[in-house]
Structure formats: C-alpha cells, structure tokens
Design a protein around this ligand. Structure first.
Ligand code: ZN
Length: 445
C-alpha cells in the first residue's frame, strides 16, 4: 500500500524542513510515505513563482516548491500536485461564484470559462517549474459550491451568468424561485441557525414522491405543508400535494442539471491539466456521501466517469465505506483513502487565516496597528478552536482499516506539534498563545 503525506500549506516550511515533516509522519503513523501531496494554490495565491499572480506575502513561496521537487527527486518520493479550483486569489468578477440572492464570493466558479482558463495558464506556468518528477495530479472535488442561509432562505451557488445560462438551456426556467422562501430548496435543506441541515436520502434515483416523504420525515418543508393531514389521509390527498410535487420535481431537475454541470466542468479542468502534465495520474478527491450539496454531484454516477485515474475517499464516508469493496471490484481505478474529511477544512481555514494574518502583520508599521492586528489574530485562532470542538477527533487521526480494498492512504501533516509550532508563530501575547495551545491539546486528547 502507498502512503502519501499531504502538505496543506508552504507555511509549514517556515518551521520545518521536509525531512522533519517526514520524521513526524513516521513517528505518528508508523509508515514511510512514498510521496508528497502539495497544494499548488493557497488562499493568497499560487505557491510557486507565477508571473500572473506574483506573491508579495511569500516572496520565497516559489523556492519551496522548487526545493520540494528537488528533494523528492533525490529521495525517490513521488510529488503529487494538488490543484484546488476555488482559487480565492483570483480577484475577477468574471470568475466569481454568485449565490441565489446575487451576492458574490471570492471563490471561483468552476463552470466560468475564465476559471478554466486561469487554471490552465497557471498549470502551464507551473510546468516550467516542475519540469520532471511529477507523480500525479490531485483535483479536489469538494466545496465547489458553497452555501449559506438567512432566515430560512437557503442561499446556494452558483448563479453566475454562465451557470444560469446552463440551467436555462436545460429547461430550468424558474430558477428565480430558488431565491425566495419557501423555495424547492427548503424541501431538502433547512436553516438551523448555526448551519444548514439536509435530508439524508438524496441520491441519483430518488423520485419526487420519495423526496417529499423524506422531507416530511426529516421535518423539512413537506412536514409543514402536510401538517393538517388527517391520520386516514395519504399525502396525495392533501390540498398542498400539487404544489409540493411541483417543487420536488423542480428540485430534482435542478440537482440533476447541477450534477451534469459540475462533472462537465471538472472534466474540462482535468483534461487541460492532464494535457499539460502528460502521462500523470489524476486523482479526484471526493466527499463520501451519495450527494453532497457543496460538491454538487451524485457519487455513484461520478465514479463511472472515465476521465480520472484514481478516487480518494474519506475513511469515515458511510456510503463509500459500504460500497467500497464493491467499488474496487467493479471498478478498475485505483482507490485511495483520504484521511482528512472535516479536519481538512479546519487545516485549510487555519492556514488561510494565518497567511492573511502574517501578511497584514508585516504591513502594520505603527505599534497601535500591530496591537490591533494581534487582537484580530487571537480572534481568528479562537474561531479555529471552535471548529476543532465541532470536529470529530476520529477524523483527524483515522488511518485506514480494511487495507485489502484500497491502494493508497493519504494523510495530512496535521499533528499536535505542527499546530504548536504554528501557534508559536502568531504575534500575540505569549500567555494567550499558551492558553490556545492548551485548549487545543485537550481537544485533541
Ligand atoms: Zn457559476
């Protein structure tokens, strides 16, 4: 079995040499990684020398990747390049995601031609840095479509002109209704005040009637509409049935069209990456549920695509777990476990906050500004700790089980001592850092 170590941010190289990271990995997992997964983009920009997006915050970011490639070459470690298509550094209206209320996000829409073009241009630039020794490419297919909620109104993405055009072409003429309450979205999604709950039965073969049934059972909109139903009546006898059915059908048409849009966009991106890094294996990083709202595709249909070579699944994925053996039998592609899930989100957030903090702190010249920045950073880290409290500790320490049904295991560099080092680098009063580190230690057991 192959073990890969994921380096989520080049910030780690400000505290460690790669050799140290490999030692830490070995100490914690008992395994020797055969390769490294490196994120070529971070929130602040590309992690390599780019003329398109020159980094001012990490002048030496490009050096890391070059050194990393050299080191990997010498140590016979495979270098996997991870291209997260959300690229929040691309400050362009032509690529941004727009939600159902018309608000835009810094994240790029994978369906926008500008996004696809930008990934291609950056990959071409990167190809000049990594001229050889690239073992594979990783395409994260998660969190592509962020969403939010306000007063029961679910704000999903993306409603940019390119996505709206796609949906109109698929006959979805009533997309505007998704921006109101109640909308078809409320059948399957619910604003809980602290997040968004969803029905758990959404899969590629669900019917409108089944959707209504689950919506009712899981206390979503259908439960409200069918409240007055008498015990001797069936839902179809309700005065609201026609309206509910119409909404359920609209919703299903939408999620199916969105599946098509997502897969088509990912395929386009994957094709250009494989074209630039010819003969490289391409692995897709996916969520493990039948349908994930922020991923936007049905997993059972996604796995049948022929444009990627490997699929990396989270180990705690219930559906994927159940069908993994079946998957690996019926499906000739490599199957890997991506041991991060929730913690990946935490690491990503943690790293991007830290990067933003570092950049702001460097530019703060006055003592008062520095103090202000220190307070802001403390708040950021406080928020991150709150995320840890919500995370399932099993997620970030999980290693593979059932080793016979998988080919590889990918684990992030995300251990107590790493976090301690990162915390040490935060320019806040020492006592507060110690307090945060202690809270974190307790949380991680
Ligand atoms: Zn879009």
């Amino acid at each position: 079995m192959d073990y890969l170590m994921h380096i989520p941010t080049p910030l780690l190289f400000e505290h460690y040499r790669l050799k140290d990271l490999l030692d830490i990995y070995q100490r914690h997992t008992g395994e020797t990684p055969s390769g490294i997964v490196f994120d070529v983009f971070s929130a602040a920009g590309p992690n390599f020398a780019s003329k398109l997006y020159p980094r001012t915050d990490h002048a030496d970011a490009c050096l890391h990747l070059r050194q990393l490639a050299d080191f990997c070459g010498k140590q016979s470690l495979g270098l996997w390049l991870c291209f997260n298509p959300s690229m929040p550094f691309a400050a362009s209206n032509a690529t941004h995601i727009i939600d159902s209320r018309g608000d835009s996000s810094r994240q790029c829409c994978i369906n926008a031609p500008g996004t696809q073009e930008l990934i291609e241009l950056l990959a071409k630039e990167l190809r000049t840095v990594i001229t050889e020794g690239c073992a594979g490419l990783v395409l994260p297919c998660q969190d592509l479509w962020p969403m939010g909620a306000r007063a029961n109104m679910i704000e999903i993405t993306c409603f940019c002109p390119y996505c709206v055009r796609f949906y109109l072409d698929r006959g979805l003429a009533r997309m505007k209704e998704f921006g109101f309450y109640p909308s078809p979205l409320n059948l399957a999604l619910k604003d809980t005040g602290t997040g968004i709950d969803h029905i758990h039965a959404l899969n590629s073969s669900i019917t409108a009637e089944e959707l209504i049934e689950h919506s009712r059972a899981e206390r979503m909109l259908a439960a409200e509409y069918l409240e007055d139903l008498r015990p001797y009546q069936t839902p179809t006898e309700s005065a609201q049935w026609g309206r509910l059915r119409d909404m359920a059908e609209q919703l299903l048409r939408f999620v199916r069209a969105r599946h098509e849009l997502t897969v088509k966009s990912l395929e386009t991106i994957a094709a250009s990456l494989k074209n630039i890094f010819e003969s490289c294996t391409l692995a897709c990083l996916v969520e493990g549920s039948d349908y994930d709202w922020t991923a936007g595709f049905f997993l059972d249909q996604f796995v049948t695509c022929d444009w990627f070579d490997a699929l990396w699944l989270p180990p705690s994925a219930s559906v994927a777990f159940a069908s993994r053996r079946e998957l690996s039998n019926s499906y000739s592609k490599q199957l890997g476990l991506y041991c991060v899930q929730r913690s990946w989100y935490v690491v990503g957030e943690f790293a991007s906050h830290l990067e933003a903090g570092h950049a702001a702190f460097r530019h703060a010249t006055l003592a008062a500004e520095r103090e202000h920045e220190a307070i802001r950073q403390t708040h950021r880290i406080g928020k991150m700790l709150a995320s840890f409290v919500m995370a399932d500790p099993g997620d970030y320490r999980a290693l593979c089980v059932e080793p016979d049904s998988i080919n590889s295991v990918v684990t992030p560099v995300f251990f107590q001592e790493t976090i301690n080092k990162l915390l040490e680098s935060i320019p806040v009063p020492k006592s507060e850092v110690e307090e945060l580190a202690e809270a974190l230690r307790q949380q991680m057991g």
